[in-house]
Design a protein around this ligand. Structure first.
Ligand code: BG6
Ligand code: MG
Length: 219
């Protein structure tokens, strides 16, 4: 049996938290008098907290002192944490357990590769913390997606060559990171947004066991 490394992004791939990041960023931007659209939000997906705030301030033509910047970062995270506080298994996205269980059964190494510093907390809340052989998150990397660092680190921890890895991502930055790492990129979302991915599915219900088997056996 062939072995591939399967690397999953968290927010918007495993759990429905992308909507909470959106709400928290929108509130922060609007409070600063900056408009915030869904299109701009796509550019923040997968991107670290620091980089996201830098982008928002840039769009609004605002510059902040270091202290004020830190205050805004804390505010955003407090707001975000209030949304995820009561999260449970029911916020795991459709058919994610089906795919995780199948891959696990096939003895495929599984990793989490997320930009979020809250990743471990969220995995525990939805009882998926023990489902991965490796977890690399925002506390383990210095470079934000689209830099491939997070996925290369995950591959290293799984002891699988990057070219043998598959990445599931809902963000443009994440798909670009996977491509830069020479991994197979699978976009979860809209084809027109994630057009750089090798494959795109609306959600995991569209991913068949046949497709996964072919991925495992692909030379
Ligand atoms: C990514 C999200 O997974 O993590 C981004 O797509 C988010 O929206 C980033 O900004 C950082 O997350 P956190 O939880 O560390 O603020
Ligand atoms: Mg994501």
């Amino acid at each position: 049996m062939n072995k591939r490394g399967f690397i999953f992004d968290l927010d918007g791939v495993i759990v429905d938290t992308a909507k909470y990041h959106f709400l928290a960023w929108k509130k922060l931007a609007n409070d600063l008098g900056i408009d915030f659209t869904e299109h701009q939000n796509e550019q923040l997906k997968g991107v670290s907290r620091v980089k996201s705030l830098e982008k928002i301030l840039d769009w609004g033509g605002i510059s902040l002192s270091e202290d004020a910047f830190q205050d805004q970062m804390n505010k955003k995270n407090t707001d975000y944490l209030s949304y995820i506080e009561t999260m449970k298994e029911d916020e795991i996205l459709v058919d994610v357990p089906k795919v995780l269980d199948y891959l696990k059964n096939e003895k495929q190494p599984l990793a989490l590769g997320s930009a979020s510093k809250n990743a471990r907390k969220i995995l525990k809340k939805v009882s998926l913390y023990d489902s991965f052989d490796a977890i690399v998150d925002g506390t383990n990397v210095t470079k934000a997606k689209p830099d491939p660092e997070v996925f290369l680190k995950a591959a290293e921890e799984l002891e699988i060559h990057p070219e043998q890895c598959v990445v599931f991502e809902d963000s443009i930055a994440g798909v670009q990171a996977a491509n830069k790492a020479n991994m197979i990129s699978i976009g979860i979302g809209e084809q027109d947004v994630l057009s750089e991915a090798d494959f795109v599915f609306k959600d995991f219900s569209e991913i068949s066991i046949d497709f996964l088997t072919q991925l495992i056996n692909k030379q």
